[in-house]
Design a protein around this ligand. Sequence first.
Ligand code: PMM
Length: 280
Amino acid sequence: MSSATAPVRAHRTVASPRPWIMGILNVTPDSFSDGGRFEQLDAAVEHAAAMVAAGAQLVDVGGESTRPGAPRLPIDVEQRRVLPVIEALVQRGIPVSVDTMNASTALAAAGLGAEVINDVSGGLADEDMARVVIETGLLFIVMHWRGHSATMNQRATYGDVIVDVREELKRRLAELIVSGVRPDRIVLDPGLGFAKTAEQNWRLLAGLPALGTLGYPLLIGASRKRFLADLLPRDAPVTARDPATATISALAAQAGVAGVRVHDVAATRAAIDVWEAMQP
Ligand code: PMM
């Protein structure tokens, strides 16, 4: 398989000072309700195209929920959900990342033209993932992860969350590089909400510069996460978390992140536009 050119630069450069925006496309039974299979495919493609029109550089397609407490999904079900969508998006020229912990799904997605592998387990859930990253040459998003969603809330114990997450990411990086993954293919993600309390998520956001000293581009995924609800009236809908998400995107841009993963692309784009306009 040829090594694809990722649609996004791993590092921010002077020529590309803005963080890239990854639009979230969750392909789960409840995400595109109503209609049969083909209507759902159409709805997914339409939503992805709208995110690109709103300013996303990349669309992240995932079929397995990683919400706290979520059970694992059989791999064949995951593939039936995401692969047709990935194929349709690539055919329309939309740059795709695949959000999966399964090496076989990543490999199949790469074969269809996905350009980025986004693994919330950073390659820990499936020992074949590093090999797939090496073989495909795709950009690899390595998230901080301490275990599957069913039990992750019990693992949110840290001495200093910034120091510990930084050390654990550093260890994971070393293992991946020893196994043959090219350093310039790696993007790091602190994994907001994954084995982290609300307070720990805020600490990590404040600690982005410290995570940046690892010398790798950073991606953050704060969008619509539960910790943002603490800022809002009780019973506010999840979409009420979008202004807070966009604000985090601008502040993360200021902290030097390479990318943000969001649901509401237009709001984050506006926030990053503001950040950019305010650059001295
Ligand atoms: N969060 C979720 C799923 N995938 N990938 C990365 N790299 N970083 C994240 O923070 C992340 C992710 C869960 O959020 P969702 O259910 O809103 O997709």
